[in-house]
Design a protein. Structure first.
Length: 355
């Protein structure tokens, strides 16, 4: 193994925990595309981290060390030591102490106590502060990395189902048909029919092409809920109780056929410009990342099968740069807007209104 490959392997854990700078991330992502052995090791590490997703996130106590010290000062004001319960020695009746035994009480004091130096309590408070400062954030970081890895696995499962679908349908992406005059945002224009964008990718679930309904919901997104098995049966879209999920290619425009598949964005974490099925014009689309991962970035699946973590909505494809969340030159949305070319990509989630 040459030095470059060894360096890439050494950086895999930091990559999954999002501890690399942007240059190191880009270099490692390029190496993952080119090196099957490195990619296999990355996948293995991702699977190993998955159990961390089930850890409960416990918020760090606020000002714990300060509160402990304040209590110590209140209780020990004016003294250098504080009382602490202790066992005492109770002597036997024999007089020579031969049958002495340890007792928590003696004959003179029903609640004996020993003195604990203040400096020992200060040391305890310092240890508590150290544990809170190191252990709790560390668990949080591991859990976040695990959830991001699960999110990437979801997108990989969706891609495998998509390629199987394309084999059956002449290279077409999952496509539920076009509804003339329909909006892909509900209730924006009175009297306008609504056609959810998520009904297209839902075909992979409905026609059993591999991914489950759970795979279309990021584990980091607390605002969505995957449907149950009874909800999936007989549906043409995700149900109203679990709206949201991943954002997928807006298919209200041109025919969704790509031969061969190219590095065009297809599915990513939820579009941050739309909240509760309404467009928010106050969000800076040039810098906004998905809320699913706390605004730090989003996982992105492209049609060549690559799943990558990106910290910007600006997607570079050769010499071209495209914003994941926007149709080119369109800055306000009612749901009637459509991409005008296969190179102009916009990713939007669906908002099912009925079963």
């Amino acid at each position: 193994m040459d030095n470059d490959n060894k360096q890439h392997f050494d950086r895999l854990l930091d990559f999954h925990l999002d501890r690399l700078d942007e240059t190191a991330k880009e270099n490692l992502q390029l190496a993952l595309k080119q090196d099957p052995e490195l990619r296999a090791a990355s996948d293995c590490l991702r699977r190993a981290m998955q159990p961390l997703d089930h850890l409960s996130r416990v918020p760090a106590p606020t000002h714990l060390a300060d509160n402990v010290m304040a209590h110590i000062r209140r209780e020990g004001r004016g003294v250098d030591t504080l009382p602490f319960p202790a066992a005492t020695v109770e002597r036997g009746v024999g007089g020579n102490g031969s049958d002495a035994r340890i007792s928590p009480f003696d004959s003179h004091n029903s609640s004996p106590r020993r003195l604990v130096p203040m400096r020992e309590l200060v040391a305890v408070a310092a240890c508590i502060a150290l544990l809170v400062g190191v252990f709790v954030p560390g668990i949080s970081s591991l859990r976040t990395g695990s959830q991001r890895a699960l999110c990437m696995d979801n997108l990989g499962s969706i891609f495998r189902g998509t390629t199987t679908y394309q084999t059956s349908f002449g290279g077409s992406l999952p496509f539920a048909g076009r509804v003339p005059g329909a909006s892909w945002l509900p209730a924006q224009l009175p009297g306008t029919p609504y056609a959810s964008n998520s009904r297209h990718v839902y075909l992979l679930v409905k026609l059993d092409y591999g991914p489950s309904a759970d795979d279309f919901f990021c584990p980091c997104d607390q605002g969505t809920r995957p449907p149950t098995a009874p909800e999936v049966r007989g549906c043409n879209d995700f149900t109203r109780t679990c709206s949201g999920g991943y954002a997928s290619l807006n298919l209200s425009g041109l025919a969704p056929t790509f031969r061969p598949n190219r590095a065009i964005p297809y599915i990513a974490d939820a579009n941050p410009l739309f909240v509760n099925a309404k467009f928010d014009p106050t969000v800076d689309a040039s810098r906004a990342n998905s809320r699913s991962h706390g605004g730090k970035g989003q996982n992105l699946l492209t049609l060549d099968g690559t799943v990558q973590w990106t910290t910007t909505p600006q997607f570079k494809n050769g010499a071209r740069t495209d914003n994941l969340w926007l149709i080119r030159n369109v800055r306000k949305y009612t749901g009637m807007e459509s991409p005008t070319s296969n190179e102009d990509v916009q990713l939007v989630q669906g908002y099912p209104t009925a079963r």
